[in-house]
Design a protein around this ligand. Structure first.
Ligand SMILES: [Zn+2]
Ligand SMILES: [Zn+2]
Length: 135
């Protein structure tokens, strides 16, 4: 336990399980209440619709969704990369595929760099003799 800056409002507060200051925590609970209340009669809604109806921030609605507070209704929200409406995960299928490709590319790139590093080390040790490696 110690002091921390509230990630929501930036105020100093005594750290707690909610990880926000008591004031923001109360506000978040109010917001959660509003969203849950709104969805009680709704089977399907988009993030934008919930936001319009409750005035609760997208970020908070998403957090509720991810923490499992919102259940029984299908919520569509935009893909974090392209904005396509999705119902689970953080990215649409297209973007997750792109990201997987990107990761693969990064791995190939990293592998390539490692090899170059090895080569330059070898060259250096050949140039300066074995002393460099023994250090
Ligand atoms: Zn706060
Ligand atoms: Zn996307």
């Amino acid at each position: 336990m110690g002091l921390a800056n509230c990630p929501e409002c930036g105020k100093l507060y005594v750290e707690n399980a909610a990880r926000v200051c008591p004031e923001c925590y109360r506000k978040q609970e109010d917001d959660a209440e509003k969203v849950v209340e709104y969805l009680r009669d709704v089977d399907k809604a988009t993030l934008e619709e919930i936001h319009e109806a409750t005035g609760v921030k997208h970020k908070i609605i998403l957090r509720l969704l991810r923490s499992g507070r919102i259940m029984g209704s299908t919520i569509s929200y935009p893909c974090e990369t392209c904005g396509t409406l999705i119902e689970e995960g953080r990215l649409c299928t297209q973007c997750s595929r792109n990201i997987l490709d990107q990761i693969k590319m990064d791995e190939i790139h990293a592998e390539h760099e490692r090899n170059e590093l090895d080569i330059s080390k070898k060259i250096r040790s050949r140039m300066y003799g074995k002393a460099l490696d023994d250090k």
